[in-house]
Design a protein around this ligand. Structure first.
Ligand code: DHB
Ligand code: FE
Length: 286
């Protein structure tokens, strides 16, 4: 059985890639953001996951507006990145976990999530930036299963649907016969809007509410429609769908181990969280 060690939520702003390449970690602009990862590094070194299941949204590198699956699961041996035009170095490739990918795809389809399966899939900054933030060293010690959620071309899936997708993944991980340790990651958000008359929009109060509710009462967030979400969180704030799926995949009792919230990184309210996923038995033994 796979062990779900917990969840990580993080922004994926591309400018972070440039800051990493230029070693700006201690610059006054960047320091409060990068400091938020000290706990993440400590926690990953302790929990030692073998695989990261990463919920993210593709921004036009692998999919485009002509063909955009609502949910797509990677089933590749390796995931490459390419130049997206942000002026950041192209990331190293990341090995996939083929056996786990196919297990998840089989379980999702059996559970009536008819996902697109991708045996060849480019991953963009929404995967590579979180990887570089979580594991800042010269190599990444995990394989990945990338799971794309459409946050780009309306109609988008609802918050409730993404929570259910995550729950289905959580159940599938629990029925996996191999002994692997899994960290579940949700990337993007929180509030931001890159275009239109509200470009630069950030909503600190709404972000605080989301960070509060997602831990113990994620259902409370499902009452918001996607249009409510755009109004409250900005047109790219809907990347929170990735966080909802991450939260859904945590099957035990969930608590927030760490939170950093910093405004702004580029145009975005940057939140970094670590969620524990304790099984009742472990909790009682602790
Ligand atoms: C920014 C944020 C994003 O989520 C993204 O995908 C690209 C850019 C930004 O704030 O610059
Ligand atoms: Fe984004």
């Amino acid at each position: 059985m796979a062990i779900i060690v917990g969840g990580v939520g993080t922004t994926h702003v591309p400018a972070i890639g440039k800051a990493i390449a230029e070693k700006k970690h201690d610059d006054p602009y960047w320091k409060p953001f990068f400091k938020g990862f000290d706990y993440v590094h400590y926690w990953l070194a302790r929990t030692k996951p073998d695989v990261a299941v990463v919920f993210y949204n593709d921004h036009g590198l692998n999919f485009f507006l002509d063909k955009l699956p609502t949910f797509a699961v990677g089933a590749a041996q390796e995931y490459r990145s390419e130049d997206e035009g942000w002026g950041i170095p192209v990331s190293r490739s990341i090995p996939g976990d083929l056996a786990l990918s196919w297990h998840l795809i089989n379980a999702l389809v059996a559970d009536e999530f008819d996902v697109t399966m991708c045996q060849d899939m480019l991953i963009d900054h929404a995967v590579t930036i979180p990887m570089a933030l979580m594991w800042p060293g010269p190599s990444w010690p995990v394989k990945i299963v990338p799971i794309e959620i459409n946050t780009v071309q309306h109609p988008l899936p609802t918050l409730g649907r993404c929570l259910k997708l995550g729950r289905s993944i959580g159940r599938a991980l629990e029925s996996y016969e191999q002994n692997v340790r899994v960290v579940v990651v949700g990337t993007g958000g929180l509030s931001h809007q890159l275009d239109g008359t509200r470009a630069g929009f950030i909503n600190k109060e709404f972000d605080a509410l989301c960070l509060e509710k997602i831990v113990a009462e994620p259902e409370a967030l499902t009452r918001y429609s996607i249009h409510d979400w755009v109004e409250q969180s900005g047109s790219q704030g809907v990347e929170f769908l990735n966080w909802m799926a991450m939260r859904g995949a945590l099957t035990g009792s969930v608590s927030e181990l760490n939170r950093n919230y910093h405004i702004p990184i580029s145009n975005t309210a940057a939140a970094t969280v670590v969620y524990d996923n304790k099984k009742e038995a472990e909790r009682k033994a602790a």
